[in-house]
Design a protein around this ligand. Structure first.
Ligand code: C5P
Length: 218
């Protein structure tokens, strides 16, 4: 393989959190800086891929030289992903909110001690699962598993449940410092088993994963 093995390949990366509105000024979300997704997109770009970067409201800036599609909610992210098909590979690094507020308000909820709001939720679409069984399913679909215990067991089960090809699993327990940090220690779960990668800068995790994607696609 040359230095740009992904020239001519179109890859999609989801990244960042989604925000699910409560009202125009309030939302619920998962914690996600978007750092690992951004690093993966940059690494794929460096190998020559055409990268579509579908991102929720992340705290790190998207990489240069990729096509950025900015979304807010999980439903918007699903529509954006489907609109970009077909792609050669999809890497779903976004921390999508599992639920959205069903009774969200179009006007700001006024603070009043006698009427504290009660929120009801409905389930968001599972973008990874939807893509994995899509009529235009990409040849390589990669999901993430952020776990706080039983990392390998949960990730292996998740790979089967979601129907994706690979799962990049990591331990995001507070004591690891991974969430919002600059390093990551991941396990790559594939059909062939589990690889434990050493703790590395997120940029290096991105480069190694991009290299594996290039191997798989070429
Ligand atoms: O089920 P869980 O959220 O732990 O799965 C994580 C993986 O699934 C990640 O790759 C994430 O991007 C993806 N996901 C998704 N849509 C959801 C929930 C998770 O694409 N609604």
């Amino acid at each position: 393989l040359g230095p740009k093995p992904l020239i001519g390949k179109r890859v999609l990366v989801t990244s960042g959190p989604t925000h699910e509105p409560i009202d125009p000024v309030r939302y619920i979300a998962n914690r996600s800086s978007g750092a690992q997704g951004t690093a993966i997109a940059a690494a794929l770009r460096d190998l020559g891929a055409d990268v579509v970067f579908v991102t929720g409201p992340a705290s790190v800036a998207p990489p240069a030289g990729v096509q950025v599609v900015a979304v807010e909610t999980a439903q918007q992210m699903l529509h954006a992903v489907e609109a970009e098909l077909p792609v050669d590979a999809a890497i779903m690094a976004a921390a999508v909110a599992d639920w959205r507020v069903e009774n969200n308000f179009t006007q700001k909820i006024k603070k009043a001690p006698e009427s504290i709001p009660i929120l009801t939720f409905s389930e968001n679409p599972d973008i990874l699962k939807t893509l994995s069984s899509h009529v235009m399913r990409p040849p390589l679909v990669i999901g993430f598993a952020a776990e706080t215990e039983n990392v390998i067991k949960n990730a292996t089960a998740k790979r089967a449940r979601k129907g994706c090809d690979w799962i990049v699993a990591n331990d995001v327990s507070a004591e690891t410092g991974i969430m919002g940090g600059t390093e990551n220690a991941v396990h790559l779960v594939t059909m062939d088993g589990v690889e434990d990668w050493p703790r590395l800068p997120k940029s290096e995790v991105g480069h190694r994963l991009a290299a594996r994607i290039a191997e798989a696609l070429t």
